[in-house]
Design a protein around this ligand. Structure first.
Ligand code: GLV
Length: 322
């Protein structure tokens, strides 16, 4: 029996490409240049399955191409699927899978990195040193904020939110408050307080960390009016999706020191990051590296392959979303 044909939209870690090659007939993307919509449509027409990722605009037209063509599965390399029209996929009978769990720790680590970077002002200090402007140890300049005893407000207490809360409570002595749309059972963090509204969380937290999925429902959840509720000594951390924050309102809040700072791994219009944000000193900015460790990217790739293998064996893929 001939092997199913898979088209992969981006370059993958070596071990993942090697395993894919053993199981399927694969078209790789050695140049790593993102696919245009026309190329995604073509892939859905030609292949039996497509392995896609963030940045691939998997819209209704692409799903329709699968329905009329060959591909009936999109295996996403990543947990977030805001770039995939899940409703259109369901309407056209296209299965979509993702890679949850395996990137929880790596992403939670980056949330903590950002939290430490902004509260300890590491970017400012390192810049001073690299410029050759460090005049020696002193006791008063560039002081940051300690995390111990401060309140971390987690917005979205799913897997990654809980992993951040665990690190912050057990590792850094923070108090945990959280808001989650649905009730969460079994939060294993002593004293963790579920609050009734996002507004409550914004008002009471010393650091707010965002762990909501992207997509229309959560667009600009962190609005100008919610930013205005934060203490002017508080920090905002985002490792979720850029669109969750009204970026223009955030820039203004930071410029006017309405909040103390922000640590951002994600942006509204990636890879564009507004110059006004890059000009600020009270921010730590990372280029969407939440899951960017070799171990995690390998695990994500293997998870995406497991989903494809299950599908072609005629069993339900373990991480089927629609
Ligand atoms: C990364 O942001 C992912 O969704 O996997």
């Amino acid at each position: 029996m001939s092997k199913p044909r898979i088209i992969v939209t981006r370059k993958l870690p070596f071990a993942v490409e090697e395993r894919l090659k053993k199981i399927f007939t694969v078209s790789f993307n050695a140049s790593d240049k993102p696919f245009s919509n026309a190329k995604l449509v073509e892939a859905m027409k030609m292949a039996d399955g497509v392995m896609a990722t963030l940045g691939d605009n998997m819209d209704a037209e692409v799903m329709e191409a699968g329905a009329h063509g060959r591909a009936k599965i999109v295996a996403n390399f990543g947990v977030g699927v805001n770039h995939i029209d899940l409703d259109a996929a369901a309407d056209h009978g296209i299965i979509v899978t993702n890679t949850p769990d395996v990137l929880t720790d790596a992403t939670a680590d980056i949330a903590m990195t950002l939290m430490l970077n902004v509260t300890r002002r590491t970017w400012e200090h390192e810049n001073t040193l690299r410029r050759g402007d460090w005049s020696g140890f002193d006791l008063v300049s560039g002081l940051g904020m300690s995390l111990r005893g401060k309140t971390l407000g987690i917005l979205g207490m799913g897997r990654i939110g809980q992993a951040v809360a665990t690190r912050a409570y057990f590792g850094f002595g923070m108090k945990i408050a959280y808001f989650n749309r649905s009730k969460i059972e079994n939060v294993k963090i002593p004293g963790a307080q579920a609050v009734a509204t996002i507004e409550d969380l914004m008002e009471m937290s010393d650091v707010v960390s965002l762990h909501l999925p992207g997509g229309a429902d959560n667009r600009h959840t962190i609005s100008r009016s919610r930013l205005a509720l934060m203490k002017n000594t508080a920090y905002l951390v985002n490792t979720a999706r850029g669109e969750v924050i009204d970026e223009t309102a955030l820039i203004e809040a930071l410029q006017q020191n309405l909040i103390a700072g922000a640590g951002l791994d994600v942006f509204e219009n990636e890879p564009e990051v507004p110059q006004a944000l890059r000009d600020l000193v009270n921010v730590s900015l990372l280029p969407h590296i939440g899951s960017a460790t070799l171990e995690t990217r390998n695990a994500m790739g293997m998870c995406a392959i497991d989903n494809l293998v299950a599908y072609f064996q005629g069993i339900a893929p373990p991480n089927k979303l629609v």
